[in-house]
Design a protein around this ligand. Structure first.
Ligand SMILES: Cc1cc2nc3c(=O)[nH]c(=O)nc-3n(C[C@H](O)[C@H](O)[C@H](O)COP(=O)(O)OP(=O)(O)OC[C@H]3O[C@@H](n4cnc5c(N)ncnc54)[C@H](O)[C@@H]3O)c2cc1C
Length: 376
């Protein structure tokens, strides 16, 4: 039977960042590491269905993992993109307020300072009209370190660099059960390449559950995990509409976030090719279905026209959607990332991620470093 020191389940951005950071660390670089994914390649699920925004770390609860890892991860991510010559743009972001929302901007600035994001700047009147002539807003907070990047190229680089350091990637490999075997894990997987389905069993000493929307399902398949430690999954879908033609904005434009930070409001982002897209909205769902209802256009137009009155209906088209792996339901206050070790679930050598929604893409390298420390 094959034996690895470490198995990472899930090759989304978090599994890849964990694999990369482990493979670079002085403590784990000589270990045998395998990263498996049930899909035919890496990053096929939530990691390729998001806004590709490098968040500054503004809104999250003080001292939360989201705040700490976002601020640290943003710095590591920019360094990585620069070092490996990967596409990114520090576009900056404007959090905008209409007449009756100015107090909310002050609260956001206060929260940002608590999170050590100290470079926000108020813009009003003539200056705001000059930087964004198509924008309707009374005031805005400029976040200069918010940016956009090519998340696929980033994930590709993590996999490539980890592979150079000896990490093995196994696509088409779905983990079905994990048993305990005196100090190691016995992993039962199914290899689903083309029409062929084969079973494959291997052993590992440490196991990391980075299965995203399937993390809860996988956790229930791991022997010894306290069922009470597994938080309930509340999938929350976000749809995007693309806006064709020349982009109306130079910055990313964000309205005041939704109550409980369920989402950040239907905002305007740019992709690295300069295309504008609006979204994502927030809808709690029972099934993981990525279809977009084209009739949502009216709802999107109404939201967008609050800050972009000249938005043209004919230029707005359904684009794609993503599903947030939330662990809080509708109306509940936002919760933090959950990174569980044996103290929480009772199984030594096992680490599990739950609720890894935004800003986990931004935070990925910092989260990878955290796992290196947990495994030491
Ligand atoms: C609409 C939306 C917008 C977002 N925008 C941003 C943003 O702008 N900036 C930001 O920082 N973050 C953003 N995020 C958050 C970010 O996209 C996610 O936090 C991140 O992609 C999560 O990565 P992951 O590796 O945990 O999950 P995933 O990418 O879902 O990876 C999990 C992997 O596990 C695999 N898997 C599952 N079960 C098994 C199994 N049993 N065996 C083997 N493999 C398995 C899956 O195939 C999948 O590849 C956004 C999220 C959404 C939904």
């Amino acid at each position: 039977m094959d034996k690895f020191d470490i198995c990472i389940a899930g090759a989304g951005v978090l599994g890849l960042a964990v694999a990369y950071q482990l493979s670079c660390s002085s403590t784990h670089k000589n270990k045998s590491i395998v990263i498996v994914d049930k899909e035919n390649s890496f990053g096929q699920i939530t990691s390729s269905r998001n806004s590709e925004v490098i968040h500054a770390g503004i809104y999250y609860a003080s001292n939360s993992l989201k705040a700490l890892f976002c601020v640290a991860g943003k710095r590591l991510l920019y360094e990585h993109l620069e070092k490996f010559n990967l596409p990114y743009k520090k576009t900056g972001k404007l959090i905008i307020a209409q007449e009756n929302e100015i107090d909310a901007l002050y609260n956001i600035e206060k929260k940002a300072i608590e999170n050590h994001v100290t470079d926000l700047r108020f813009i009003t009147g003539g200056e705001l009209r000059k930087v964004e002539p198509n924008l309707k807003a009374t005031a805005a907070l400029l976040s200069p370190t918010t940016g956009i990047f090519d998340s696929h190229a980033y994930m590709q680089s993590l996999l490539h660099l980890a592979a150079q350091n000896g990490v093995t990637f196994s696509p088409y490999t779905e983990i079905r059960a994990v048993g305990l075997n005196t100090g190691s894990f016995k992993v039962a997987a199914s290899l689903n390449h083309k029409e062929n389905e084969q079973s494959y069993e291997f052993e590992c000493d440490q196991f990391i559950n980075c299965a995203g929307l399937d993390a809860q399902k996988l956790a229930r398949q791991i022997e010894g995990v306290k069922k009470s430690s597994i938080p309930e999954l509340h999938p929350c879908k976000g749809d995007y509409f693309a806006y064709t033609g020349v982009s109306p904005f130079h910055h990313l434009i964000y309205p005041i976030p939704e109550k409980n930070h369920t989402g950040l409001g239907i905002h305007s982002t740019l992709d690295i090719g300069g295309q504008t897209r609006f979204g994502p909205d927030t809808t709690y769902v029972d099934k993981l279905n990525y279809d977009i209802n084209p009739n949502k256009k009216v709802k999107f137009l109404n939201a967008i026209r609050r800050y972009f009155p000249a938005a043209e209906e004919g230029r707005l088209h359904p684009a794609y959607s993503g599903i947030r792996p939330k662990i809080v339901g509708p109306g509940e206050a936002a919760d933090d990332f959950k990174i569980h070790d044996a103290q929480v679930h009772g199984v030594p050598g096992l680490i599990q991620f739950f609720g890894m929604e935004s800003p986990a893409l931004t935070a990925s390298l910092a989260i990878g470093n955290h796992v290196v420390k947990l495994l030491n």
